[in-house]
Design a protein around this ligand. Sequence first.
Ligand code: GLA
Length: 354
Amino acid sequence: MTGAAFARIFGSRPQATEAVPGRVNLIGSHTDYNGGMVLPVALPLGVHVAMAPREGSAIRIHSARFGETVTYRPGESPRGHWADYAAGAALLAQTHGLLAGGADLWIESTLPVGAGISSSAAVIVGVLKAARQIRGADLSDTEIAGLARQVENDYIGVPCGIMDQMAVAIGSVDRAMALDTETLEFDLIDLPAALRVCVIHSGIDRALADGRYKLRAIECAQARRAFADRPLCRLRRTDIEAAGDVAEISRRRARHCSTEHQRVVAAIGALKSGDLQDLGRLITASHASLRDDFDISLPPIDRLVADAVRLGAFGARLTGGGFGGCVVACIARDLFESWLTRLLAAHPAARLIC
Ligand code: GLA
């Protein structure tokens, strides 16, 4: 984005610009709203946000991708439009005093939408960070992530956890973020140079707002009640298997959350000790749990994951909310090119994201 391009659309210069990455989650799916740990990494792709305050209270938003400018006013509901995320963030910034009045916003993104790599969290965090910059507000990145989650939960209506917002607000591309979503404590772990983390789109589009993510969140809440409102990730396998009158679906959802949390803890250990075989084994086991206990995979994605491993990845799995989108694979850097060529030849609908 150039100041001149911003000026052509809005007639003023931007007063703040922010670059926010997307993220891919190595392991820890659907644990972030169930009291568990996650292990995301920021991506080399992301969002640029430029902002200038303006008279009045309206929020004008321009997307470089769509070549379209739209206006939202305070109190306005989401429209099911690409601009809802930026608008929700700017309107929340107004109600929290982060924005004194209206704003002009320019959004430019290299992240594919609906791929499960946090394009929405990146836009929201970018807008909130730009408002913080202009206001000179004393707000930590963790607080920004909390506000960004509020936009998703309350404005957009997706009952997501806090992983995406924390990962894009704080994460970096060469370090994995071991985040405890209950306490928000985190540790940034260097990724070994020999490891190539790769994101491949399955060719199946998905949208978090399509209801199936929400359904899993409802099922997890039901499972939590069945287990006396204890965080599902903190249950132990024996609690789950021994409980008598728990519906089978609650048992399976709880088993995924609990075993997935344990796999994340083990994966953090494997990453710290450089045991990439073990890391890969845990990642692939995560996929099996998402497929068998959480029911969010699809047969073409199962085949993509199986082939990624068969052709030499340490491990692979579905990442993001589920029902399509991307697969994350961990592979030795020196094998990456030939592995990718063979994988994409076998899966013509799939494509490399990064
Ligand atoms: C989406 C949500 C996250 C998380 C993942 C699944 O990305 O936004 O909060 O629940 O799905 O792990």
